[in-house]
Write a protein that binds this ligand. Sequence first.
Ligand SMILES: [Zn+2]
Ligand SMILES: [Zn+2]
Length: 281
Amino acid sequence: MNPLPSDDHVHSRFSFDAFEGDMEGTCRRAVELGLPAVSFTEHVDLEAWSAPPGGWNWPAGVRGSVDGHGRFLAAPLEVEAYVAEVERCRDLFGNLRIRLGIELDAGHRHRDEVADLLRRQGFERIVGSIHALPDLAAPGEFLEVDPAYAQRSALDVVLSYWAEVRDMVEADVPFHVLGHVDYPLRHWPADLPVPWDEFEEPLRHTLSVLAVSGRALEVNTSLPLDLRVVRWWREEGGRDLAFGSDAHSPGELARRFGEVAPAVEALGFRPAADPTQLWWA
Ligand SMILES: [Zn+2]
Ligand SMILES: [Zn+2]
């Protein structure tokens, strides 16, 4: 059996919502599991999100501020402290490749701030992702995907999400891997079957745009990503593929990798000669 792939989407306490994050504990777990590499991809969320209908109900420990309009803005990434902790862990775990990365939310809408950040600090891995949709009740504002289900049909939430993803991919935004293309399905209504037939054409289109951009697709194992999406990625010309648990605590590291990686391999993707690098087809 092959060793598990690298986990290239991991949060620690430097992410505003990973209050159970523990970088040293995550690295120790990576060594126990035999992972070749772990990429910390701490949140960079530059957008304020409209308040959901019931108001904010974050778990204790989430860091951010609510402005006079009720909008939530995540606490900014503490770059120097984050870099120092990565360096401390590299000293502790010399045989583990530890990448300094970020998960950049909607970078195409915040180009100047992104450019400023990247001038201050380079990152080895940038996961680009979307977490919010245009707020239909407040033009120009954005609402997280979960409460967006109260404003739109379930189908429209998902189709609008992929439209946002395409805008981000087609923009000249610096990121390497598209994170959790299935993110809205995390909040899909439990009593509705997922209409994969209706999803196929728009999702294939989104994947083909990503393939043309030369970026990688992430198999996010939080749900996990449906394997037909991996097949469509290959058929639409996608080459590179990352695995990401989206762990927010050490115990979630590499979740489901043992089942998902062989299934992805059966679809034609394989590890690179250097196991710390992306898989490819
Ligand atoms: Zn995310
Ligand atoms: Zn994440």
